[in-house]
Design a protein around this ligand. Structure first.
Ligand SMILES: NC(=O)c1ccc[n+]([C@@H]2O[C@H](COP(=O)([O-])OP(=O)(O)OC[C@H]3O[C@@H](n4cnc5c(N)ncnc54)[C@H](O)[C@@H]3O)[C@@H](O)[C@H]2O)c1
Length: 336
């Protein structure tokens, strides 16, 4: 592995600060530099982590790789800067909240030629990896159904929701990417419901705090998806896949946020995960380790910009289905 890489992390908020620590711990990373549009925050994070800090534009200069962990609404602009600087980039999902912007960023990324890796960390989670491998090895027979859920224990802050893209693009995009990646099939049609049972700021932003959807794959596999912002039992992310010969459950372990109603059954007997970073720490570490290898030129990106666009099509279709109360074919969105 090429050593002594200089990697910049832009945006040192909730996830960026954690990503910065993981990047710093990679043996091939010699220098970590932090940037944020709040320079005091960058300076403080740099002091805490023993890193340097610089301005946002500077972060694209003289670095071997850039990690973008800023709010979603800023990803497009920063990815365009990365494309112009031809620097390998890791970007948190999604690229943008709308299809035209996503397509124009992808065109610039491809024209620039530098690798871009999207933050679909479930591709690096041991459970998703094992479920995919079992399906590919034929251990499940023919895939017949999938069930996915992403449930947060508490709602995000009122400031986050208006710029998040809504529950389907913000949360569901991970489930959609996992469904595509694990099954090896594309989603062709969706039907979604949503409900406003919680804080008024969800409805005020045109968002919902509970959602459920049906997704049909191109081989007629039927999948279900549930999303919640108020899962009192804890942070709960799971996927079940079942076929004609077997099944696998991802996220079913001692920490699953479930209590059995069966007398005498004590499983799961660990503490539920409180939030995304503890649940996916190993996966975030593995995806950023992979990005360091991408930045070193050793491997190609394991989560492409085209994957982000495909997932966005499906999430857009879910939103249209919810709003217009009808089944939506993903091709309808793709054709726009
Ligand atoms: N993969 C996952 O599991 C996962 C989990 C949570 C969040 N995310 C994604 O990570 C991204 C960041 O989310 P967060 O919750 O950490 O946000 P946050 O608001 O906590 O932090 C964002 C940081 O970026 C800075 N910032 C804002 N605009 C900037 C700009 N133009 N240039 C430089 N810095 C800027 C802010 O000052 C802040 O420090 C979002 O896109 C979100 O969707 C992904």
């Amino acid at each position: 592995m090429a050593q002594a890489l200089r990697i910049a992390v832009i945006g040192v908020g909730r996830i960026g600060l954690q990503h910065a620590q993981v990047v710093k711990d990679q043996p091939a990373v010699a220098e970590l530099v932090l940037a944020d549009n709040d320079p005091a925050r960058a300076a403080q994070a740099a002091a805490e982590l023993g890193a340097e800090y610089c301005g946002v534009d500077e972060a694209f200069q003289a670095t071997d790789g850039v990690v973008i962990a800023t709010p979603t609404s800023t990803h497009a602009e920063l990815l365009l800067k990365a494309a112009a600087a031809k620097v390998p980039t890791f970007c948190e999902k999604p690229i943008a909240l709308d299809v035209p912007t996503t397509r124009s960023v992808i065109a610039a990324v491809k024209a620039g030629g530098a690798q871009v890796q999207l933050g679909f960390q479930r591709r690096f989670d041991a459970g998703y990896v094992a479920a995919r491998a079992a399906l590919r090895a034929g251990e499940l027979g023919e895939l017949r159904r999938a069930h996915m859920l992403t449930c947060d224990p508490q709602p995000p802050s009122p400031d986050f929701v208006p710029n998040s893209g809504g529950i389907f693009k913000d949360c569901g995009i991970h489930d959609v990417d996992a469904l595509r990646w694990v099954s090896g099939h594309e989603v062709v049609e969706v039907f979604a419901y949503g409900a406003n049972r919680g804080a008024a700021f969800f409805a005020e932003s045109g968002d919902v705090d509970e959602a459920a959807a049906l997704l049909k794959l191109d081989d007629d596999t039927l999948a279900t998806l549930q999303l919640s912002r108020y899962n009192g039992a804890g942070y709960d992310v799971r996927m079940e896949i079942a076929g004609t010969a077997g099944s696998r459950a991802v996220g079913l372990d001692a920490h699953t946020a479930l209590v059995s109603a069966e007398p005498g059954v004590t499983f799961p007997d660990g503490q539920p995960h409180p939030a995304f970073y503890p649940r996916f720490h190993a996966a975030y570490t593995a995806e950023l380790a992979a990005f360091v290898r991408v930045a070193a030129g050793e491997i190609t990106s394991p989560a492409l910009v085209d994957d982000a666009l495909e997932a966005l099509y499906v999430c857009e279709a879910l939103g249209v289905s919810y709003t217009e109360r009808r089944p939506v074919r993903v091709d309808e969105i793709r054709a726009q």
